[in-house]
Write a protein that binds this ligand. Structure first.
Ligand code: AMP
Ligand code: MG
Length: 273
């Protein structure tokens, strides 16, 4: 069987360190893929991802931290369900970050984050992350500007430290258009299976759309580093999103020099009686 073409990571990777201007039109791009081929390719990638993760675990020298960020309705939960379910739960965890507790607020903003970074050999997905501290915190003015401004550098320092300790950081921004967000909110409001997901606060955040666009754009530029790159994933079409995320995970895992440890015994001298 032909290998799956890995064309999206290179196209979706953020270039440079300037503010990224997010355009609604980019959220619906398909990059030449159609739904049928994308679904088939994603399914084939899932099989390879499981095998790569098996090797990551056996090798034990590298960990992978995946950061998922999006505007509300962007599809973080659904990406986890569709793509990250390919991985063996022994060695893959998901951690969701909500508004900080009173205790968490007494610490520096990275305190609650660092303890959930994966150990070597494992993979952890952050559903929201330390980036909320330069997103909702910035847009709602929860701390003074000098505090959130300093965080771009503090985040880069933190992620560099992780990289130097063999934790690869992969950051995915799920990009949806304002029209697609409306469709998804309306579905959440009217579909009894989805109503639990809708938070009336989400409408307040939607009204702050331009401020969020700026905050996301700055985050994508200022924290785009060699050791922890950002990817902008077109997410209006779920099948493009899932294919892109599967490809990015495949490229990331394949870039590691993974190997099975050599046995601590001589197989020829072993007899199982
Ligand atoms: P959800 O992911 O839809 O369950 O919502 C989680 C909520 O927690 C979102 O409204 C986030 O903006 C909020 N949140 C997450 N991290 C922070 C943070 N560091 N400061 C303030 N709010 C946060
Ligand atoms: Mg929500």
């Amino acid at each position: 069987m032909a290998r799956v073409r890995i064309d999206l990571p290179d196209r979706l990777r953020v270039r440079g360190r300037g503010r990224v201007e997010l355009q609604d039109a980019a959220a619906g791009r398909t990059h030449g893929w159609d739904e049928e081929r994308a679904l088939e390719a994603t399914a084939r990638l899932a099989v390879e991802l499981e095998e790569l993760q098996y090797k990551l675990f056996a090798d034990g020298r590298y960990g992978i931290l995946v950061v998922l960020q999006a505007i509300d309705g962007g599809g973080k939960d659904s990406t986890i369900r569709h793509v990250f379910s390919a991985f063996n739960p022994q060695g893959c965890a998901v951690r969701a970050f909500k508004a900080p507790s009173a205790e968490e607020l007494r610490h520096d903003f990275l305190w609650r984050i660092h303890q959930h970074v994966p150990p070597r050999g494992e993979l952890v997905v952050f559903n929201r992350s330390h980036y909320e501290d330069v997103l909702v915190v910035r847009v709602d003015g929860l701390v003074p500007e000098r505090v959130w401004r300093a965080r771009y550098r503090q985040i880069n320092d933190f992620e560099r430290m992780l990289g130097e300790n063999d934790i690869r950081v992969v950051k995915l921004f799920l990009h949806i258009s304002k029209g697609e967000q409306r469709r998804r909110f309306e579905e959440r409001i009217h579909d009894p299976r989805k109503q639990w997901k809708f938070d009336p606060q989400d409408l307040r955040k939607r009204a702050q759309w331009p401020a969020y666009r700026r905050a996301f754009g700055d985050m994508l530029g200022r924290c785009n580093t060699r050791h922890a790159p950002w990817y902008v994933v077109p997410s209006d079409h779920k099948w493009v999103r899932d294919l892109a995320v599967a490809q990015i995970m495949h490229a990331t895992l394949s870039s590691l020099p993974l190997r099975f440890p050599s046995p601590r015994f001589n197989p020829r001298s072993m007899r199982v009686r």
